[in-house]
Design a binder for this molecule. Structure first.
Ligand code: PSU
Ligand code: MN
Length: 294
């Protein structure tokens, strides 16, 4: 059912640490040609930090855990890759289509592949705005035992509403060397995190204790803030304009997040891209260190 890359197959047989990486960020989150460059660099960072990268996607109906370089190239450049969440997986596979996987779908597949650590940029969550919109990332993380390293949730979201949902779903949130919940482009979203960890050993200890206490049926979120955030007034201006543009263009469903990210990239003069890339790289490094500590 799953096809593993050469590298991941070898890592599994030698019991080496593996880090799952998502592909929606490559196909729908970053502009070309930067997306492919960053995807390769992120894999390199995982290797340099002592773990093996497993980028996850569906290619021609086949689930892949770990990609060969020509496959990574296809995800970055092929317009036929749709954005798949958990509910789409069986459909994409049955119909032989190709898809990049969201946080939800990637977590689900990583768990199937027995991978414990996953690095991404920012999680989906509860959206702002009048119309109800909540990412399937939340419901998947509520039932998938995996450590997910991210820079909090995207600041385009309703952050407090998202934090409330994480509490309802009993999904622990750990601030990595911080007590401030990061807001993706922003180092501090303005909300506190109760639990702070200062090194990867603490995360490993929590992971193992959760198992002993049978509170390990959800994900653990490790929130890793970006060091140099986007300038705040620029961020807020672009966000307001982007939300208005999305409403005007009647963007709905799974197009909302890619639309807003693209709006940031198109209007921030490279700032959002710089921050986005810094986030993914830092998270990949931390995820690899956690995988090694487990
Ligand atoms: N973070 C990024 N870029 C992205 C995403 C997150 O830096 O492209 C993607 C992730 O794949 C996440 C998805 O799971 O956006 C959430 O989409 P939605 O809001 O439609 O659930
Ligand atoms: Mn949505």
């Amino acid at each position: 059912m799953i096809k593993y890359s050469h590298e991941v197959t070898a890592a599994q047989s030698q019991n080496r640490p593996i880090v799952a990486l998502e592909s929606t960020i490559i196909s729908h989150g970053l502009p070309r040609p930067t997306n492919l460059i960053v995807a390769n660099e992120v894999e390199e960072i995982v290797r340099a930090s002592g773990a093996i990268p497993a980028t996850i996607a569906i290619i021609d109906g086949q689930i892949h855990v770990g990609l060969e370089s020509d496959q990574l190239e296809r995800i970055a450049n092929d317009d036929n890759f749709v954005k798949a969440s958990t509910r789409d997986l069986a459909i994409i596979c049955a119909t032989g289509k190709s898809a990049a996987t969201t946080v939800a779908a990637t977590s689900h597949i990583a768990r199937l592949a027995n991978i414990d650590v996953f690095a991404t940029g920012g999680l989906g969550g509860v959206h702002r705005g009048a119309d109800y919109d909540e990412s399937a990332d939340l419901i998947e993380l509520a039932k998938t035992s995996i450590i997910i390293v991210c820079a909090g949730v995207k600041s385009i979201l309703n952050v407090s509403g998202t934090l409330e949902r994480l509490e309802t779903f009993a999904i622990p949130v750990l601030g990595y060397q911080t007590n401030k919940f990061p807001g993706f482009y922003l180092t501090d979203s303005g909300f506190e995190i109760e639990h702070r960890v200062d090194n990867v050993q603490e995360i490993a200890k929590i992971w193992h204790l959760r198992h002993d206490l049978t509170t390990d049926d959800t994900a653990i979120i490790v929130a890793n803030p970006v060091s140099n955030q986007m300038e705040l007034s620029l961020h807020n201006k672009i966000l307001n304009e982007g939300m208005a543009a999305a409403t005007k263009a009647r963007i709905t469903g799974k197009s909302v997040t890619p639309f807003l990210l693209e709006h940031f990239h198109a209007t921030s003069g490279g700032e959002s891209l710089r921050v986005n890339i810094e986030i993914i790289k830092a998270n990949a490094k931390l995820a690899a260190e956690i995988a090694c500590a487990l």
